[in-house]
Design a protein around this ligand. Structure first.
Ligand SMILES: NC(=O)c1ccc[n+]([C@@H]2O[C@H](COP(=O)([O-])OP(=O)(O)OC[C@H]3O[C@@H](n4cnc5c(N)ncnc54)[C@H](OP(=O)(O)O)[C@@H]3O)[C@@H](O)[C@H]2O)c1
Length: 327
């Protein structure tokens, strides 16, 4: 008898589970049954060749989450800002290789054209616009272009662009302060605002912003940059709640040192690089592809219950207390 129960609980035998419906809210006039699943019965079919899990809803609506579409971005549209180098480029390629149609932007037209040629040769579906995301009117033009390109629907927005000016806080000029704020935070805020109708129209959207471990811990000469990343982190949590009703998930990825053009110069200092290694439990720098895989996961249907999170991709740096490396 005990053995039977164990096998019932811990194997993938078909089973029926009953859950109460979610509480109905009279104030929620925008309730959409196809977005907010009311589980009545869940039946697992492990014997089927595609290992599909069919979730039957109490209403007429029924979705099939298959092993294919849980890990695929087929038929999805994506905007990735700053896709010609570093982390952004890896994200463009990761999303495109998972089946998404991607639009990207950068300021340098030649670099953008070269990338588009490479991607075209690789068979990726990627288009691009020249755009400086720190400029309000260029952001508006970008979203207009993206809207007409994707017929008013956007499944994925990746706010990747960010920059850095390293110096003590008291030495910042108003111009430098303004560059960091507009490039790193205002662009994220405004692009989310502009993209909202497109994201909502897709009926299941994901926004991922590239934050930094500097949004959690103090790093030398980075008070302003880290404030912009801290702002991204909190906007992520706030929007996750505000836009959950529209089935738009909002997450962020927070890297530590990743091998890109942005940090090439600072890491050319051997002593500094040694210090970086010494506070990184994995003892090395990250690769752009190690960030893009985390971003892709947060865009996939496989992460459909994750929102409002900031995922550190940092070799353990942000959780490192005092752990001497004597061995
Ligand atoms: N690398 C790291 O160690 C690290 C660590 C933590 C967080 N991050 C974050 O990761 C993100 C990407 O950094 P990365 O290291 O990959 O940078 P990167 O190597 O400098 O690449 C930046 C990309 O963004 C574009 N870009 C820069 N400013 C732009 C603007 N104003 N408008 C439009 N496009 C712009 C660049 O092209 P153009 O120059 O042609 O515009 C390029 O394609 C940033 O948000 C950064 O803060 C990086």
């Amino acid at each position: 008898m005990v053995l039977n129960m164990t096998s019932h609980l811990y194997t993938n035998l078909p089973q029926r589970l009953h859950f109460p419906p979610p509480p109905s809210s009279s104030s929620s006039s925008s309730f959409k049954p196809h977005l907010y699943l009311s589980f009545k019965r869940i039946t697992l079919h492990p014997q089927s060749s595609s290992s599909s899990i069919f979730i039957h809803c109490s209403s007429q609506n029924s979705i099939a989450i298959t092993s294919e579409n849980r890990w695929s971005l087929n038929e999805m549209s994506a905007l990735v800002t700053g896709g010609t180098r570093g982390i952004g480029r890896a994200i463009v390629e990761e999303l495109a290789s998972l089946g998404a149609e991607v639009h990207t932007c950068a300021r340098n037209e030649n670099e953008l054209e070269n990338c588009l040629r490479d991607w075209n040769r690789s068979g990726f579906r990627v288009a691009g616009s020249v755009c400086d995301v720190s400029d309000r009117s260029q952001r508006e033009n970008l979203i207009e272009t993206v809207s007409s390109f994707f017929d008013g629907k956007l499944h994925i927005l990746v706010n990747n662009v960010g920059t850095n000016i390293r110096k003590p806080m008291v030495e910042f000029t108003p111009g430098e302060f303004s560059i960091l704020l507009s490039t790193n935070f205002e662009s994220v805020f405004h692009l989310c605002q502009l993209a909202y109708p497109l994201l909502k129209a897709s009926e299941a959207a994901s926004v991922v912003s590239i934050s930094s471990v500097s949004g959690f811990v103090s790093l030398k000469n980075m008070s302003v940059q880290s404030s912009t990343k801290g702002a991204i982190n909190q906007l992520t949590r706030s929007l996750a709640c505000e836009w959950a009703k529209d089935n738009i998930r909002i997450n962020a990825v927070a890297p530590w040192y990743i091998k890109t053009s942005m940090v090439e110069q600072v890491l050319s200092n051997k002593d500094y690089l040694e210090e970086v290694y010494s506070v990184t439990p994995l003892g090395r720098l990250g690769e752009p592809r190690e960030v893009s895989s985390a971003v892709a996961f947060l865009c996939l249907p496989a992460s459909s219950y994750i929102t409002g999170q900031i995922l550190c991709v940092d070799g353990g740096m942000s959780i490192n207390g005092f752990f001497p490396r004597h061995d």
